[in-house]
Design a protein around this ligand. Structure first.
Ligand SMILES: [Zn+2]
Length: 301
């Protein structure tokens, strides 16, 4: 989340070494995590485990790379997570597994402001480089943190889409001081293919908070099905890059839809033009510093 600096205390930090919090949570999760997963979790709050045949979950502690987490700010590899991630991806590649990466703070740039990565810039660059290198192993990346509904495409130097990231909106509403609007509560369900584990579709559900407050009851509804909302065949990186490009034209129905989804339909009439739209679109199309800078300078891609 995004607490203002005055709310941060030296105690409100995720350290890169064993501590009471990691130990307590690992005890809570002991029924579901295997021995090796519990061991790395106690060291740095991250773990990996096979979820079903051929599919490995890598749960990263990206808070270690989060700017306000000052206890790790001078470390190039907090808790050795980068080293561990590389080795885990190499093993997955060798064993012909597919990987889903899950984490709280996402890679890439915050879409509601300009030139601000969600995690520390240098850590973002390093993580993106690792994900690109192992894009043939990683079948999905799933994040939260921003409370907003966004997608991002990871591209190589030729601009080809190698991987993607989904940021799911949260159940809790929040508004950053730099944002004009909040979000409705939301949750989602993904459809994936059984052999490749590629993401096929997603169902986004939401609660109209204004209506719920008036009626004093919660009516959760389907907000959209992603392939239907944008006319996509599936949610492959290539399809999502196509969607990203379709957001660019000055008059883009896809962008209107995308931006209404961004706030989980909290305020579907809210306009996003000019710099607001450039920030949104560049955040979809580029997660690395260089590509993003070029996009912002060019006004688009
Ligand atoms: Zn957060």
């Amino acid at each position: 989340d995004h607490p203002p600096p005055s709310f941060l205390s030296v105690f409100d930090q995720m350290p890169d070494s064993p501590n009471d919090i990691y130990r307590a949570v690992s005890r809570l999760w002991a029924p579901w995590l295997q021995e090796g997963a519990l061991r790395t979790f106690q060291q740095g709050g991250f773990y990996s485990q096979v979820a079903r045949p051929g599919l490995r979950i890598i749960s990263l502690n990206t808070i270690l790379y989060y700017g306000p987490n000052r206890v790790t700010q001078n470390s190039s590899d907090p808790a050795g997570q980068f080293t561990w991630l590389l080795r885990t991806l190499e093993d997955a590649e060798r064993d012909r597994e597919k990987v889903y990466v899950i984490a709280h703070v996402p890679v890439g740039f915050l879409p509601f402001t300009q030139n601000t990565t969600a995690m520390r810039r240098e850590h973002n660059e390093r993580l993106v480089a690792i994900f690109l290198r192992f894009s043939h192993v990683i079948s999905g990346q799933f994040y939260g943190h921003t409370h907003r509904d966004t997608i991002m495409v990871l591209r190589d130097q030729t601009g080809a889409a190698l991987n993607s990231a989904f940021v799911a909106p949260s159940v809790t509403p929040i508004r950053n001081v730099k944002e004009p609007s909040s979000n409705n509560p939301g949750f989602r369900v993904y459809l994936f293919q059984l052999d490749s584990y590629s993401v096929q579709d997603l169902w986004q559900f939401y609660l109209n908070l204004t209506e719920a407050n008036i009626q004093q009851s919660a009516q959760w509804r389907l907000e959209y099905v992603m392939t239907e909302a944008y006319g996509l065949r599936n949610l492959s990186p290539g399809s999502l890059l196509g969607l990203g490009f379709s957001l660019i034209p000055p008059v883009s129905k896809a962008f209107q839809t995308y931006f209404a989804h961004f706030n989980v339909n909290f305020n579907p009439q809210l306009p996003c033009e000019g710099i607001c739209k450039v920030n949104q679109v560049c955040a979809v199309l580029h997660v690395d510093q260089r590509g993003y800078q070029d996009c912002i300078s060019a006004g688009w891609v």
